[in-house]
Design a protein around this ligand. Structure first.
Ligand code: SF4
Length: 367
């Protein structure tokens, strides 16, 4: 398996050893899973790990507490379920798409088929298995929801014919049928111009050099304001918030029964097309998933904390659950961290809760 030197991003084959056992990250390009795939993940977590499925800030899924023979069995199950199509490319299939794509009126173009085409083309390029695990592709359906993710190469829909391809603040107008090939050409050009850098933004004048190498004339991109989904109905979709981004076995089972097209979002929530929900909406709420926008769990994230992480100074998840009902935060996002690394922190601004051994700092002030 290709892996950039010093790249510690976990995968299914490159399992990270945490204090509570192996941690495997399953890439889910476009965030899209069938109900069968959710069920495969749920069973794998129950049989091989601690039973939970964690959602990540790039709309991937993690399993924790894997026993020593877990990774081998997990990779066999994922391969059979179509979730591990290329062993060489597993760490580099980092493709995030607008989760409501094609489901409401703000969607200018359905980018999910483009995400599938991009993933297939990526897995067919042996050289691109050398991309760092942090390199990110995003496909925005025009609403600007992914702006905070700071992708290496981002495409945003203008209409059903055309889009803007952006590298940082430089943008090029493109047609949709060019998009997968152009995104991969950018990725290859990054590998050609980089030294040890992991992101285009880290390469001196990386965007300019890559665009010049590809013969593309760019203009200044107008930044979009990121939007974030809260739980509730959107067009023909139901957005379900997952408390602290961690699905219990019962919640995963309820989701797999809610519909065939399940979409993980980068905000620790899940989109279920409404045509397939019906009574399942009630079932999702009954197992503790959030289906309305007024919950204290909305916009709250936390790192693993104790006992999963050896560096943690506190059980941040339990402390968050205990302190949340009392917390005044005026709709702002909140992230709880067990140490200064602040793993899993959200993109953009947030209220910062940091464990310091004998309590917490909130935005640097003791609480
Ligand atoms: S922020 Fe610190 S305590 Fe939390 S998971 Fe990361 S390393 Fe562990």
């Amino acid at each position: 398996m290709a892996r950039s030197e010093g790249d510690r991003c976990p995968g299914v084959l490159a399992v990270h050893q945490a204090a509570d056992g192996g941690l495997a990250r399953v890439r889910v390009p476009g965030g899209r899973l069938t109900s069968e795939q959710v069920d495969v993940l749920r069973r794998a977590a129950a049989d091989l790990g601690d039973g939970r499925l964690e959602l990540t800030s790039r709309a991937n899924v993690q399993l924790r507490g894997l026993r020593p023979d877990g990774p081998r069995q997990l990779s066999d199950r994922l391969y059979a379920a179509g979730l591990l199509p290329s062993l060489q490319h597993e760490l580099v299939r980092n493709i995030v798409a607008s989760p409501l794509s094609g489901l409401d009126q703000r969607s200018r173009y359905d980018v999910l088929p483009v995400a599938t085409a991009l993933d297939r083309a990526l897995c067919n390029r042996p050289a691109l298995a050398d991309l760092p695990g942090r390199f990110l592709f995003t496909l925005d359906d025009g609403r600007g929801d992914l702006a905070d993710l700071k992708a290496d190469v981002a495409v945003r829909a203008l209409d059903d014919q055309s889009a803007l391809l952006s590298l940082g603040t430089r943008a090029v107008g493109v047609q949709w049928d060019q998009v997968p090939e152009l995104m991969l050409a950018v990725a290859q050009a990054f590998l050609d111009v980089r030294d040890q850098e992991w992101r285009i933004a880290e390469v001196p004048d990386g965007a300019g050099r890559i665009l010049q190498r590809l013969g593309l004339q760019s203009t200044e991109d107008v930044p979009t304001k990121a939007t974030q989904l809260t739980a509730g109905r959107y067009g023909s979709a139901l957005v379900v918030t997952v408390p602290l981004g961690s699905l219990t076995p019962e919640q995963a089972a309820a989701l797999s029964q809610a519909g065939d097209d399940i979409r993980i979002t980068p905000w620790r929530s899940v989109v279920v097309p409404v045509s397939t929900t019906g009574l399942a909406e009630v079932g999702l709420a009954e197992v503790g998933l959030i289906t309305t926008p007024d919950s204290v769990w909305e916009g709250v994230t936390a790192c693993a904390g104790r006992p999963g992480c050896a560096k943690a100074l506190a059980d941040v998840r339990a402390d968050a659950a205990r302190m949340l009902p009392e917390l005044r935060r005026d709709g702002r996002r909140v992230h709880w961290s067990g140490c200064e690394r602040r793993c899993g922190k959200p993109a953009g601004r947030f209220v910062d809760f940091l464990a310091v051994g004998n309590g917490y700092l909130m935005d640097g002030k003791r609480v």
